[in-house]
Design a protein around this ligand. Sequence first.
Ligand code: FES
Ligand SMILES: [Fe+2]
Length: 436
Amino acid sequence: MTNLSLTAKSIGFEHIHSIPLHEINDRVMRGEIVVMPKCLQAMGYFERLKEATLEAICQAVGEAKAAQVRSKGFEAIHEIINLDELVAISNSSYDVIRSLAPGLSKAVVKEIFQRKQPFYFEESPNVRFHIPYDVVVERKKEFSQFHWNGKVTAHGPHHDSWYQCPTNCVNIWIAIGSVKIGNGLSIYPQVYGKRLPCTEDGKILRDQYFGSVLNFDLEPGDALIFHGEHLHSSELNSTDATRYVVSLRMTLEKPKFLGQSPYKSNYIYSETNDGLAAACNQVSAKISRRFIKQLDSHLNRSETPNYVISALDISIFDNTSADFPKPPLVKTVEGTSQDKTKLIIDSTELAIGTIKPVSQTMCVARVDENRVVAFSRHCPHEGADLAGGYLRDGCVVCPWHNLPLNIETGASPCKSLSQLKVFDCVESDGTVEIQG
Ligand code: FES
Ligand SMILES: [Fe+2]
């Protein structure tokens, strides 16, 4: 038995404080984000999940490789397992983790949420081995099933309900290996309460602005608990370590689905044991597009979103974009055949720490009182609009997968990506001049 006890901390931009366990579920459903250090160890589940995964790896790729993973850690998986084998170990880990889901979910409700009531849990937890991005690019040819994007590489900003999850689900995101800034999860609390629009296949639109980002450094066994309607994304793995995470989703109330997607999501009622009753109690998101339209028309989309809201009342969500940074007044001076086009902006338009778009392809940012920089609006990874990013330690950080790009050199920690284009930029006598 373990001597560790369960503890929980509510985390925000300006606070970290301890909270009682019995308040976790209600607080999470109002938008708070909770971290529980060594949660799996305190529940007595850490070794079970770790050993089950090693057993799954052994079944998929043999004893020798499983032994190497045991000695070097899950963080070294990409050094031991080739990319095709990664699909095999992911599949077999899914199978074993799925078999542990009923017991683990029950323990979460009883020990973490301190509730005795029945609940619904997702039949198959998510099992993710996110390998370093440079390794994916370098060995992409050997990876015959590259549609596994998202399972092994970064997932863009999304609400879980875009992928057939209930709007009232709690996400319990558990580090089995260590999670570092640079291969973890981003949550965008400033747009909590909005359900942002996406493409048909669940991709965020380029003109959406999400505000500041929360990122987390987690030790093996730590759990991050948040409402699945928080906009969140994976960081592009710019570290040299594979990130291994298992995430469970559950609802204490009946799951509320908004629509359907290509992803299957079955929720099991905890009081159901097996057989026909199980089939009857599975709630899956088989709701037609027509239904979504009807539902949308009944929502009051113009309501002002609050930061903390009741997730059970979906009618107060809205789907409008948060305010994307507006361009300043820009004077364009067309170049001659020798000269390039110049963009001229009044210095007072650029406050310290802000990024503004100045054309379809370029943005400008003031780093400090004496320094203004200009760079491409298009992230070299998947083209996110960097005018919606933020500045940190001499870098512009991409809003989609939290990748830092150096504003002097355009380089990022992912060597396989092309460098961000930077432009000459001079400030004098109250104006900023950019060579286009
Ligand atoms: S890091 Fe992915 S689009 Fe920028
Ligand atoms: Fe998600």
